[in-house]
Design a protein around this ligand. Sequence first.
Ligand code: GGG
Length: 356
Amino acid sequence: MQTYDIAVIGGDGIGPDVIEAGKQVLDAAGDVTGSFRLAYTEFPWGCEYYLEHGRMMPADALQTLEQFQAIYLGAVGYPTVPDHISLWGLLLPIRKAYRQYVNLRPIKLLRGIDGPLRGKGPEQIDFVCVRENTEGEYAGVGGRVHVGTDHEVALQNIVFTRTAVERIIRYAFDYAKSHGRTGVTSITKSNAMQYNMVFWDEVFAEVAKGYPDITTSKYHVDAAAARFVTSPESFDVVVASNLFADILTDLGGALQGSLGLPPSANIDPTRRYPAMFEPVHGSAPDIHGRNIANPLAAIWAGAMMLDFLGEHEAGELVMNAMETVTSCGAVLTPDLGGTATTQEVTDAVVQALRAA
Ligand code: GGG
């Protein structure tokens, strides 16, 4: 039996609760398939750690995490610490240091979930966003001068390198090819952003030439946002910059019926570094401690982790168990109109998995 070493960072707010739920489901998948076990090592990093130590994770955290095959992350951020400190203290350094240049975010309406769009069901809402995950608007280049004066200046520079733009676009095409998807849509704002986004458009056109069997389309981000709502079925694989895809995938979460559902995989496709799996949602301080957080995004992220580790059957079992629960509709958390607790939903998924 294969053992995988998994680093677990529950993080802040509801993060530890939904990751605990995910672990229970993943362990059940290991039992049922009999083909693997996950050996977890917990790291108590996040905002509480920051308040005690003045940093979100220890100075040698990146060396420590490098020994693991994958990282399972809950959520980062709490009102006690400014958001830019928490994000730049934990999540972004991991993505950048481990060259997790792909952030894969499926947008799929699960069976039984009543999405907000009239006449759009699981057949119409089923696409994948490929988010550039190491630079762009999140490059972290900038500064502030004349701080506190009436002529204060704040600069935040966007960085697009050919290496990063080309590899993420290529990944989107390769993903489409290997997953039976037929179209790739590129999203920019090249009418207003005449340097970096025009550059992206050019690279997209160049890379597309190598994939004659894949149809292509491109939209400005404002038009794309409207199209997510009016015509989600027109998307298959979407590729966009760090910030644009982050914003659009929250909209995607809304199309899925709740931000408690979408998962996210941060991947270094070369596998030189560990990948990191997390729910798209944050720490939700407003519902923290009430045992009503939806665990499905974290469970889904766990299914992506199993798939990435090569445990495809187990990943599929977890997805099917989740859809059994959503289809039945009896055990759902309040964000999906139900009254169930985090643990009740988790138990229902485990039960469905074992029954399968
Ligand atoms: N699940 C991790 C988390 O806390 N995400 C919230 C967040 O603000 N993420 C920013 C990002 O994905 O760029």
